[in-house]
Design a binder for this molecule. Structure first.
Ligand code: NAD
Ligand code: IPM
Ligand code: MN
Length: 355
């Protein structure tokens, strides 16, 4: 029997709604698969906690989390607490503190999911974004050089280390090789004349070790355009932290919406726990209404099962999501249905029971 310890951080807004549905699915797996069991511990960290205690997480929070096999997170950030505080003291603190340098975000149009693009075949939208997740534009390096108005000058510096750039690019090459897919690097060396020139160089250098992998390089502006006009160009994609953030929201828009966009923050060496979360935020505009779509959060559970080495369960969950979409009877309003958030986990579990 393999026992996995999972730290649950529902966080803010719809994070607290969608996560319950993913936990229902994990509990169903435990019921159906005799070789797995889960131990859950929920942490109340987030913006409400901050307003009560002045902290987004306990001082020894990272020490506590270290002992878990995975972190399952809802969303962080809510009006009332400045975003740069809530995110840097919880979500980004975990991604960086646990060296979760790989952010895997599938952009795959499942059968039954809506797509706003015309003249695009469903199978043409099947990308795997690998976003650098530990440094780059999110290094947190900068300064408020001059504070006197109107002469204020602020700096926000991107940091691209050899180690940080090479490891994410290498990881992407490995996946492309394993899956027999093309690899596209997205950068912006025409304007970012240090960081992205370096990125492109590393991409080419590492590529010498992977002569079997067919590669492409795009500037990020053109890549955004082609994701909409001709998405089949992209299979495995590797890009920097900020570009990956922006392009995967665009990816969500063409692959069923924010409610279907999952993410895994991996520390591949398993020295620290990895974290699984939908890519969307706390959605203050719909929070508390019980209409948020938890399928992204459930898809992240599929990624968690893959990471634990139970790819069969990862696939079963993804197939169950697709069946639910095709059936179309139990969907949340963003997908044209009338179901409540809390009905979705149960509906997925019903499908899983038959698998
Ligand atoms: P958002 O992703 O929360 O919402 C964008 C839009 O998508 C909204 O209209 C929302 O209703 C919709 N949406 C998102 N998820 C949905 C779902 N599951 N079902 C149905 N509709 C969904 O982005 P935002 O409004 O820019 O950010 C809100 C807050 O969340 C901010 O504080 C932001 O910093 C934070 N945020 C956190 C994360 C995270 O924790 N990983 C990610 C993004 C944003
Ligand atoms: C995401 C989010 C975060 C990011 C924010 C909330 C810091 O947008 O997970 O995509 O930019 O990485
Ligand atoms: Mn984002």
């Amino acid at each position: 029997m393999k026992r996995f310890k999972i730290a649950v951080i529902p966080g803010d807004g719809i994070g607290t709604e969608v996560i319950n549905e993913g936990i229902k699915v994990l509990k169903k797996i435990e019921e159906l698969e005799s070789s797995i069991s889960f131990e859950f511990k929920t942490f109340p960290w987030g913006c409400e906690y901050y307003l009560k205690t002045g902290k987004m997480m306990d001082d020894n929070g990272m020490e506590i989390l270290k002992n878990f096999d995975a972190i399952y997170l809802g969303a962080v950030g809510f009006p009332g607490v400045p975003d740069h505080i809530s995110l840097w003291d919880l979500l980004l603190k975990i991604r960086k503190g646990f060296d979760q340098y790989i952010n895997i975000r599938p952009v795959k149009l499942l059968k039954g999911a809506p797509c706003p693009l015309k003249d695009v075949k469903r199978e043409d939208i099947d990308m795997l974004f690998i976003r650098e997740n530990s440094e780059g534009e999110y290094a947190g390096a900068g300064d408020w050089l001059f504070k006197d108005k109107p002469n204020e000058v602020v700096l926000q510096t991107g940091v691209f280390s050899r180690k940080g750039t090479e490891r994410v690019i290498r990881y992407a090459y490995e996946i492309a090789r394993k899956e027999g897919k093309t690899l596209t690097s997205i950068s912006k060396a025409n304007a970012l004349n240090y960081s992205m020139v370096f990125w492109d160089e590393v991409f080419k250098e590492v590529g010498k070790e992977y002569p079997d992998v067919k590669t492409y390089s795009y500037l990020v502006d053109a890549a955004a355009m082609f994701m909409v006009k001709d998405p089949k160009r992209f299979e495995v994609v590797v890009t920097s932290n900020l570009f990956g953030d922006i392009l995967t929201d665009l990816g969500a828009a063409i692959a069923g919406g924010m409610g279907l966009a999952a993410g895994a923050n991996l520390n591949p060496e398993k020295k620290f726990p990895s974290m699984f979360e939908p890519i969307h935020g706390s959605a203050p505009d719909i929070a508390g209404k019980e209409i948020s779509n938890p399928l992204a959060s459930i898809w992240s559970v599929s990624q968690m099962m893959d990471f634990f080495g139970y790819e069969d369960w990862g696939k079963k969950i993804l197939d169950a999501i697709e069946e639910l979409l095709i059936d179309g009877k139990t969907l949340t309003p963003d997908l044209g249905g009338i179901a409540k958030t809390s009905e979705i986990g149960k509906a997925i579990n019903k499908i899983l029971e038959k698998k």
